[in-house]
Design a binder for this molecule. Structure first.
Ligand code: SR1
Ligand code: MG
Length: 426
């Protein structure tokens, strides 16, 4: 598969969506009625694209089209349409590796358009977390999703030849990687014009972050890992806004992972860190909202543990049962009756992913407080002084996670510090 030619690309509008979609196989049958009778809503609340929900008498679907620029900023920030190609390629691989992604109905490469299942009545997990709703299996499901996608696209499962071809396939998603390289690892650490924070309340803290030599050095170490370690195909933007949740009437939950346009080959800990960091941001933001936060905060701490536990245990199962790749070959371990050595290697492997995850989580938290594109969890706190207080606490933990991650040594110890920071202010 190669990146399509976009010479005939036409951005959709509310008026043109139905007519265009009607030309794709299966769409008319799925929605029923005539295209003129379909309703079309634009629902995209992400930073990059337009997303339409199209509803007919018999059903609905979701159409996501990339724009040649960043939606959040406008036409002054061009962004290649090829991100839709990488998103589709990632969705196909994630579906094969795990399955908890929306079903794809049509992919129109030259129009940078993916027509997929409308996840309804699902909500974005970030919104549910802000509203203190509990979806008890989401963290576990996302942990398993990440473990399965990482393991099955890595050298642990693939031959070196196939894995190198996969790296080559995603290597062109450079513009999206560059967004992360700049917005996560670079811009927040100096006076960049696109930075944005709660000012003036947080000004002094931001000056302290930007003037902290250890913080700067440690973040560049993480950036180097991000740039160079092609361990597995990552989702690339696995925050709580990329997860949709729904609780059925019988209490079971349907959890789906969406929006992998930032997919590339990178370090496994980057995805894990994205989720941990965003759950921690929600944890610290909770004190900014009315009502007692502590019961929900306890639940959130449990979810972070659940995510990491699910990741490690699913990864371990796959290590023991699906290790067919060229790395840590069974021929050298189990086939030599060296299962003990295989278990040591697994423990070391997971420990390194855990340490990377802590660092990346801290970097992700910092960028959402100081850089472009903040999160609704914190931005929804109306009083700037209260918001800044929550942000200061989040940054205190973020610094530990970035600078002292090896000394911290585990997620458990990190969460103890999070609890201490929360208690110090109560
Ligand atoms: C300009 S894009 C800003 C952010 O939105 C996405 O969700 C990514 O996290 C990106 O860094
Ligand atoms: Mg997104």
């Amino acid at each position: 598969m190669a990146v399509p030619d976009f010479k005939d690309y036409k951005p959709l509008s509310l008026d043109s969506v139905a007519k265009r979609l009607a030309t794709y196989p299966g769409v008319q049958e799925r929605l029923g009625g005539k295209p003129e009778s379909w309703t079309v809503r634009e629902v995209g609340d992400g930073n990059l694209n337009f997303v339409y929900i199209v509803t007919g008498p018999d059903g609905s679907l979701c159409a996501k089209q990339a724009l040649p620029y960043v939606r959040l900023v406008g036409e002054s920030w061009p962004l290649p349409l090829s991100r839709s190609f990488y998103e589709h390629a990632a969705l196909v691989r994630q579906d094969k590796a795990n399955g908890s992604v929306p079903e794809i109905f049509n992919y129109d490469g030259p129009q940078a358009l993916i027509v997929m299942e409308n996840l309804s009545p699902h909500v974005i997990w970030r919104k549910a977390l802000i509203n203190r709703e509990q979806h008890d299996v989401a963290a576990k499901m996302v942990g398993e999703f990440a473990a399965e996608c990482h393991f099955r696209t890595s050298d642990l499962a693939l031959s070196a030849e196939t894995k190198k071809a996969e790296i080559a396939m995603f290597a062109g998603n450079t513009a999206l990687c560059k967004i992360t390289e700049d917005l996560v690892f670079t811009d927040p650490y100096y006076d960049h014009p696109m930075n944005s924070w709660t000012s003036p309340e947080l000004d002094e803290t931001v000056r302290a972050v930007q003037g902290d030599p250890q913080w700067k050095a440690a973040v560049q170490e993480l950036k180097f890992i991000f740039l160079t370690r092609t361990e597995a195909m990552l989702h690339g933007d696995l925050h709580t806004g990329s997860i949709m949740v729904h609780k059925n009437e019988d209490g079971t939950e349907d959890i789906r992972i969406i929006d992998p346009e930032f997919a590339f080959y990178g370090p496994m800990g980057f995805d894990c860190g994205a989720l941990i960091g965003n759950l921690l941001l929600n944890l610290f933001a909770q004190d900014g909202y009315p009502g007692r936060a502590c019961v929900y905060q306890d639940w959130l701490l449990e979810q972070i543990e659940n995510f990491c536990h699910a990741y490690a245990s699913r990864f371990s199962e796959l290590w023991r049962t699906e290790r067919t790749g060229d790395a840590y070959a069974r021929s050298l371990f189990e086939d030599q009756n060296h299962t003990d050595a295989s278990e040591i290697a697994l423990t070391n492997f997971l420990h390194r992913v855990e340490m990377d995850s802590l660092g990346f989580a801290g970097a992700k938290m910092t960028r959402r407080i100081i850089g472009l594109a903040g999160v609704a969890d914190l931005q929804g706190i109306a009083d700037p002084a209260t918001r800044a207080a929550c942000e200061r606490r989040a940054l205190a933990l973020a610094r530990m996670m970035v600078v002292e991650r090896v000394e911290l040594g585990s997620l458990g110890r990190t969460l103890e510090h999070a609890e201490r920071i929360l208690k110090d202010v109560k």
